[in-house]
Design a protein around this ligand. Structure first.
Ligand SMILES: [Zn+2]
Length: 327
């Protein structure tokens, strides 16, 4: 591959994860991951939105968490999750959208429940997410659109030990600060950020087995209803960009910008099929065996495919993936 090729094109062109042991490499906004697992486009308690983007991939721990969260959310009175972007099959920078979501440990969840009649594949490409903000504002909650179920949903998401941060619009954080009673410790993980008025962004920490995963800074202590939140209600965060035409980092990154192990992830073999790399419940994932090891002249496999990420696991009612639209 040409050294000058953009990483977003190389990673954005991958249709399947690498058939390797799962590990995240690098940082949320500068990295990739091996051994990714796909979240089925339809589950009993979730739907993947914008399926044609092929961003329903993540570290197995992220995918397992989403499945569990979707079940718990239903118990909390939320009719299933609409799951937005997770990551590309091997992570890395994307051609459009996010700066982060590169290491398989980030997922966007829409602030809207699954409808009682699930969205069609075509509908999921078109239907827009609804903002919780007063129209025309950056950070002012539209009180008519607020529902306490959002607080329950965010609390549930924050309850999982692997979740380190959840990004929401400052207006949503402020509403929690004003209304949550009782235990507020979970609010430490709820962090204000630009956007995130139509969806919230769940970020889990580096997982065991990912020596090259770079953790983010801790969130400190306290509920975050302090001057760090007050800053979002000053003029400073909303000043127009002084240099609006400056290229974004993801538009400049070449493979040299990423950890060198990401080159190997890019070159690693595919699993035998999309199904083989799709979550089926349990701790890992797929029902199909791993790709047959490459043997050259009777030598040992050139690229050993370890069993852990692709070992057969009993199905627990998570359906087989449906074909992607257009396939
Ligand atoms: Zn996000």
């Amino acid at each position: 591959m040409a050294a000058s090729q953009l990483a977003k094109d190389l990673f954005g062109g991958k249709e399947l994860p690498s058939a390797e042991t799962a590990q995240s490499i690098g940082f949320y906004s500068k990295g990739c991951f091996a051994g990714g697992v796909g979240l089925p486009l339809d589950g009993p308690t979730w739907q993947v939105m914008r399926p044609s983007r092929n961003r329903n991939w993540g570290h197995p721990a992220m995918i397992a968490l989403l499945e569990r969260f979707s079940r718990d959310a239903v118990a909390d009175g939320w009719n299933g999750l609409l799951v937005g972007d997770i990551s590309q099959p091997r992570g890395g920078p994307m051609r459009t959208g996010h700066a982060s979501h590169q290491v398989g440990l980030d997922a966007d969840i829409w602030f809207g429940p699954m409808p009682s009649t699930p969205y069609s594949m075509a509908g999921r490409e078109k239907i827009g997410a609804k903002s919780l903000l007063r129209p025309g504002t950056n950070n002012v909650l539209d009180e008519r659109r607020w529902d306490p179920v959002y607080a329950r949903l965010l609390k549930r998401a924050a309850s999982y030990p692997e979740v380190e941060r959840i990004f929401v619009n400052p207006g949503i954080k402020k509403k929690l600060c004003e209304t949550v009673t009782g235990d507020r410790s979970w609010m430490n993980k709820i962090r204000p950020y630009w956007g995130h008025d139509e969806h919230f962004h769940v970020r889990i920490g580096c997982q065991p087995g990912s020596a090259g995963c770079k953790p983010q800074q801790g969130t400190g202590t306290g509920d975050g209803c302090d001057k760090s939140l007050a800053w979002w209600f000053t003029e400073e965060p909303w000043r127009p960009n002084e240099n609006p035409d400056a290229p974004k980092a993801r538009d400049l990154m070449t493979m040299a910008s990423l950890p060198k192990e990401c080159g190997a992830v890019l070159a690693a073999p595919n699993p035998p099929s999309m199904e083989a790399a799709t979550y089926r419940g349990g701790s890992a994932v797929a029902a199909a065996p791993a790709a047959p090891p490459t043997t050259i002249g009777g030598e040992a496999p050139a690229i050993p495919v370890t069993a852990s990420a692709f070992a057969p696991t009993p199905a627990i009612g998570v359906p087989l993936p449906r074909p992607r639209p257009g396939n």
